[in-house]
Design a protein around this ligand. Structure first.
Ligand SMILES: CNc1ncnc2c1ncn2[C@@H]1O[C@H](/C=C/CNC(=O)c2cc(-c3ccc(F)cc3)cc(O)c2O)[C@H](F)[C@H]1O
Ligand SMILES: [Mg+2]
Length: 214
């Protein structure tokens, strides 16, 4: 039977990366997506911007919306301090299964909690289910029309504190116009656009970093 793209991506990791070495997992995925088959990982160019923001925030609690194959999960988790927690939400069980194996290959299972389910269902349960008060850092990379409703939901659920950093992928391509309009005009956020390129291409894309003002 036919394999799926995520299955082929996992195969490339298991073939070319070294267990327990996150950077080799990222390199294997980026090489696979550059030379063999494009996939919607944040990639290395935007990934370096992601790295710099994560290192600056040095978060103890991280939420990622949209795990897919776990590339950005591995990228973020590899930079976290020892007792930090990364919760990543993925509602496609096939993607979740692949991501778990990619995260395990990188040896980062202890820092990552992959929750299989929809952001809309789980954001309201974060406090009671995971003992989270607020998130220090949120990476938005799921369906682009869900960035805005989920950001409003996080506000309503009290999951953001003064200084929480939201970093949104794809604000140009595919684009998240309603989210950008809201976040750039809201007095409750200070936003900054990091110009880059769509993963593995020369097409313009970028990340929007927004700091919640409380
Ligand atoms: C809605 N709540 C959700 N809860 C949990 N998991 C979710 C939820 N919603 C989606 N997921 C999960 O999050 C992932 C979704 C990622 C979507 N990403 C993109 O579409 C995306 C697209 C491009 C792209 C650019 C140009 C082009 F020509 C073609 C594609 C580039 C990118 O970097 C992207 O991130 C996963 F698939 C889905 O199950
Ligand atoms: Mg993306």
């Amino acid at each position: 039977t036919q394999s799926t793209r995520p299955q082929r991506l996992l195969g490339a990791v298991q073939k070319n990366a070294t267990r327990g070495q996150p950077h080799s997992v990222l390199k294997a995925i980026d090489q696979f997506c550059t030379h063999t088959e494009w996939a919607m990982n944040v990639g290395d160019e935007k990934g370096c911007i992601l790295d710099s923001v994560v290192s600056e925030v040095n978060p103890a609690t991280v939420l990622e919306l949209g795990t897919y194959c776990g590339y950005s999960t591995v990228r973020i988790a590899s930079l976290l301090p020892p007792h930090a927690k990364l919760i990543t939400l993925e509602f496609n069980p096939d993607f979740a299964a692949i991501a778990r194996q990619v995260i395990a290959w990188a040896g980062l299972e202890d820092k990552v909690q992959l929750v299989e389910g929809a952001s809309g269902d789980w954001i309201p349960k974060m406090k009671e289910q995971f003992g989270i008060t607020t998130f220090d850092f949120v990476f938005l990379d799921h369906w682009k029309d869900r960035y805005l409703p989920d950001t409003k939901l996080m506000e309503e659920c009290g999951l953001l504190r003064k200084g929480t950093v939201l970093l949104a992928d794809n604000v140009i391509c595919p684009g998240t116009p309603d989210y950008l309009e809201y976040i750039r005009n809201s007095p409750r956020y200070k936003s900054q656009y990091f110009k880059s390129h769509l993963e593995y291409t020369k097409v313009e894309d970028g990340l929007e970093k927004s700091v919640f003002q409380g």
